[in-house]
Write a protein that binds this ligand. Structure first.
Ligand code: UFG
Length: 325
């Protein structure tokens, strides 16, 4: 049985990871400051409430427990907020990661899985983004994640830390069993906003821009089911058994869907009208972001299984109709 520390395990993606690890028989400790996460989302895992920037708290935790691997999901992740308050993002995402990595080195833990993002690429030069695409983030959020990827590369050379950075595209959907889902306050992401509109819980849905050079003028994104993301982390851990060093992989479905296509899928899944108002473009939105997932498929042996758009929307809809927290 492996012992895994999941930092940020009370959050949206981290909690799906915790559930999968517990199902696989791992012993799981969650370390989370509960700033955006939910106590109820950690299930049967041990929860230690604390902040990764608190070096004393981390050192106490690593003295009490030993771990085979650390998964790091804690981060501030709203792009617009990172532009208006970059220091907060560098503090939480970069200083926080450094504090955690230092504790990991002191404790002698050799394997580390990091939540990175498609935002490290900036404005894509091709519609299908490969990992060797230039990394030129256009906002502090993407820059903060790229800095941590650099730290991991340096840590591999200097300290022998084995790591995988997973560059998520648009995480979406909810636990197929309905126990976990996306619950951010405020909510900025498209699919939860669409479903809240379907439920009459939100003011009219806004579509940010229909004048892009895309299939119908609205932005195209690659939506990847959160449960598929969690499975990729298990594959990444196994990959490190045979491949030391620092690695990075895109995690996406490889297919793009426009904002208007997502809204139409939600109308079909929910059977409800979803009135939408066309608004100007949202600053910082690239027109198209779609992953090439070939490297993850070939090297990790990972395969997205639940990332067909209607399945993503249907699982999110079940959660929004009956949220547990
Ligand atoms: N959108 C709307 N209306 C809304 C919300 C979103 O039209 O109410 C549009 C956005 O303008 C964008 C698309 O829907 O074109 C997707 O927006 P999201 O906010 O759901 O997701 P993003 O693509 O902006 O963000 C994702 C991740 C971030 C990551 C970013 C990289 O959630 O963590 O991709 O660009 F940084």
């Amino acid at each position: 049985m492996s012992r895994i520390l999941v930092c940020g395990g009370a959050g949206y993606i981290g909690s799906h990871m915790v559930k999968l690890l517990l199902e696989q028989g791992s012993e799981v400790t969650v370390f989370d400051n509960l700033s955006t996460g939910h106590r109820a989302a950690v299930g049967a895992a041990e929860l230690v409430v604390g902040d990764i920037r608190d070096r004393a708290a981390l050192s106490g935790l690593f003295q009490r427990r030993s771990f085979d691997a650390v998964m790091h999901f804690c981060a501030s992740s709203i792009v617009a907020e990172s532009v208006s308050d970059p220091y907060a993002y560098y503090d939480n995402n970069v200083s926080g990661a450094l504090s955690l990595l230092d504790a990991v080195r002191t404790a002698g833990v050799g394997r580390f899985i990091f939540s990175s993002t498609a935002a490290v690429y900036g404005v894509p030069e091709q519609d299908l983004i490969e990992e060797h695409h230039p990394t030129r983030p256009i906002n502090p959020y993407g820059a903060s994640k790229l800095m941590v990827e650099r730290m991991l590369a340096d840590a591999a050379s200097a300290y022998g830390l084995c790591s995988v950075a997973l560059r998520y595209f648009n995480a979406a959907g909810a636990d197929p069993e309905g126990e976990l889902g996306e619950s951010h306050r405020p909510e900025t992401h498209l699919i939860p906003n669409v479903l809240q509109s379907a439920l009459g819980q939100a003011t009219q849905l806004q579509v940010f821009g229909t004048d892009y050079d895309t299939v119908d003028g609205s932005c195209v994104r690659d939506y990847i089911h959160v449960a598929d993301l969690a499975e990729a982390h298990l594959k990444a851990l196994a990959f490190l058994d045979k491949h030391p060093g620092a690695h990075h992989f895109n995690l996406g479905s490889g297919s793009g869907h426009s904002v208007l296509q997502v809204i139409e899928a939600a109308r079909q899944v929910t059977g409800r009208p979803i009135p939408a108002a066309i608004r100007p473009r949202r600053p910082g939105d690239p027109p198209v972001l779609v992953a090439s997932n070939r490297r993850a498929l070939a090297s990790l042996g990972w395969q997205p299984r639940r990332s067909e758009l209607r399945e993503i929307v249907a699982s999110a809809w079940r959660w929004h109709c009956d949220p547990r927290y």
